[in-house]
Design a protein around this ligand. Structure first.
Ligand code: G6P
Length: 607
């Protein structure tokens, strides 16, 4: 969702602003813009749609200036259009903003009563107008920003450029992320270290309610009127623009990175010599934990669903899972001695962050599984279990999900060991199954053409597709359906196989493919019955199973793929790769925007 960059430089900044915006594209957006100071006046170029439109605009109307701000916008208030694109400006100040100003209507009414005229439909414009009003009442930019912070409600990150002030940029954050980059006589501010990486590796992260004044020689951070210090850290991110390698899309590249990143994550959580899991030291004793509560959004929520099976089976622990946006407003009582696990690739998803805050208020031990170590969720947690997925650019999560599963399985095994519910032999067997995964994922990727064939012949022309699975394959069915709808815009639903007869079976006809996720596990016979029920009604079956499963049901399916044999406990990870490939190749056949599907954002920083 919205990306922010600001540069206080020595040379023309517009090309650098655009370069940084390209690095923020992955977050999802529907318009973009930049503003600089030209002879002390704010000048803007904005365009609806992708950055190429803004670049074309800049070719026709170049934008000089050595100080500037840039933005990619994911519309919340006001449709995506040039008029609503950021920077939003008055003649005194230009603003780029991520998040939502929740009391914007109240503030807007007050500002309208003062006689101010609004030009856009955005909530952001109240910030620009509020600051302008303060500046016109003779406040300095610093006083204006400090004052504004006291009046704005909601979650946001902001950067402001002031007319006539070549010497300062200002930023503020509450909820949404914002990082300050330190250069040599130049300063930067942006959504994340990834955006700043081409310019500097010296980065500090603002905390909630911080506001900051950037000058060429450094940054001063405030909380209210108090100066505060935020440590400068060294970011290890590369400044090179991330490439797709030989792949047509980031998503395909990331699907193909899975054997490597699963291996890297295993390396952190597993000792191959002793075949045992190793977790970092934790301020918790699994044997005393009363309950595990897991919460997340989107694909990460399905990781929680799979993990519930693992924690219950291996550690015999009560586990509650819920999507973060519902969990926090339900305000459930959480028992003393409980652990709350938040799962998030970005570590910035606002609903997940707020759900974790709720768990904090209920005195839970906070554990997070994240891919970004400096993220807000990581910083709030008592224990951070990092996935080693590397930057994920495709909006639809792939390698982050499978590495989340690795971490969660390691945690479930550690819990089982601590609680005495898992024998040493069992742990060794599970460790071996995990160690085998990168090779089995590789074999799956080597069968890509089979997935492409099914996608082209069976799925791409469908209007609706059902996915079914049982046990830990049920969340895989949900993930398969989510991926397909996100990427190809085909309506898809996932169901627990046993639920088919309670409704979805009414949809079965010769136009609705049903993808059956069916590793041969303890309940294979049950999914086989559900398969037969669909077949008896003339349904078009796509079977994903192993050698034994395909031998048993393959001839009865319209089409089937043999997934490599694997221990059922890690099957959800391997079968996830299979459903990713089906979704990818279906979208490819349909010609949709795979890396940035319409209306979606990668890092969802608004409720
Ligand atoms: C968005 C992305 C999904 C992701 C979800 C949660 O919807 O498109 O791929 O699963 O956010 O994101 P998180 O960063 O918290 O894992």
């Amino acid at each position: 969702m919205c990306g922010i960059i600001g540069i206080l430089g020595k040379a023309p900044v517009t090309p650098l602003l655009v370069e940084a915006l390209k690095r923020l594209e992955y977050r999802g957006y529907d318009s973009a813009g930049v503003a600089t100071l030209v002879n002390g006046h704010i000048e803007r170029r904005r365009a609806e749609g992708k950055l190429v439109n803004l670049e074309a605009r800049l070719v026709k109307e170049p934008l000089p200036g050595i100080i500037g701000i840039g933005h990619t916008r994911w519309a919340t208030h006001g449709k995506p259009s040039e008029r609503n694109a950021h920077p939003i400006a008055t003649d005194r100040v230009a603003i780029v903003h991520n998040g939502i100003i929740e009391n914007f209507q109240e503030l807007k009414d007050e500002l309208l009563a003062e006689g101010r005229r609004f030009e856009s439909d955005t909530d952001t414009e109240v910030v620009a107008q509020l600051l302008t009003s303060y500046l016109e009442h003779q406040m300095s930019p610093e006083e204006a920003m400090g004052n504004a912070m006291g009046h704005l409600r909601g979650a946001f990150a902001l950067v402001a450029l002031f007319s006539g002030r070549h010497d300062i940029l200002m930023g503020a954050r509450r909820g949404s992320s914002l990082a300050v980059g330190y250069g040599d006589g130049e300063m930067y501010i942006g959504t994340d270290a990834l955006a700043l990486a081409p310019f500097t590796s010296r980065v500090s992260y603002l905390e909630d309610d911080d506001w900051v004044v950037l000058k060429t020689d450094g940054a001063t951070v405030y909380q209210g009127t108090q100066k505060v210090k935020r440590p400068i850290k060294k970011s290890g991110l590369s400044g090179a623009l991330m490439g797709k390698g030989n792949h047509q899309h980031f998503m395909l590249k990331e699907i193909h990175e899975q054997p490597a990143v699963i291996g890297d994550t295993l390396h952190s959580y597993l000792d191959p010599a002793t075949r045992s899991v190793r977790l970092p030291a934790m301020p918790l004793d699994w044997s005393k934990v009363s309950r595990v509560t897991m919460t997340a959004c989107g694909t990460a929520f399905y990781a929680c669903m799979v993990a519930k099976y693992w924690f219950e089976k291996l550690a015999r622990m009560p586990v509650e899972i819920e999507v973060a946006s519902e969990f926090r407003y339900r305000e459930p009582p959480l028992p003393e001695g409980g652990v709350c696990i938040a799962v998030s690739q970005s570590g910035e998803t606002i609903d997940t962050l707020e759900a974790l805050r709720y768990a904090q208020s209920q005195k839970q031990t906070l554990l997070s599984v994240v891919n970004v170590p400096e993220s807000a969720i990581a910083r709030l947690s008592h224990v951070v279990l990092l996935t080693q997925a590397g930057p994920e650019i495709g909006v639809a999560s792939t390698k982050a999900f499978t590495t989340q599963l690795i971490v969660l399985l390691a945690a479930a095994i550690a819990a089982g060991r601590a609680r005495g519910t898992l024998s040493r032999e069992e742990e060794e067997r599970l460790a071996l199954a995990m160690i085998e995964l990168p090779a089995r994922v590789n074999e799956t990727l080597n069968m890509e053409e089979d997935y492409r064939r099914i996608a082209e012949n069976t799925l791409a022309a469908a209007r609706d597709v059902l996915y079914i699975g049982r046990g830990s394959s049920f969340p895989v069915a949900l993930e398969g359906a989510l991926k397909l709808k996100e990427l190809s815009y085909i309506h898809a639903e996932g169901y627990a196989g046993g639920e088919m007869k309670h409704g979805p079976i009414a949809l079965i006809d010769d136009a609705v493919p049903v993808v059956v996720v069916a590793p041969t596990d303890a309940i294979f016979d049950k999914i086989a019955s559900n398969f037969e029920q669909v077949r008896a009604r003339g349904g078009r079956l796509v079977l994903l199973s192993d050698k034994a499963g395909v031998a048993r049901l393959g001839a009865k399916a319209e089409t089937s793929i043999m997934v490599p044999d694997i221990d059922p406990i890690v099957a959800p990870i391997l079968y996830t790769v299979a459903v990713q490939l089906l979704a990818y190749y279906t979208a490819l056949a349909k010609g949709t925007d795979i890396d940035q599907p319409r209306n979606l954002a990668k890092s969802v920083t608004v409720e």
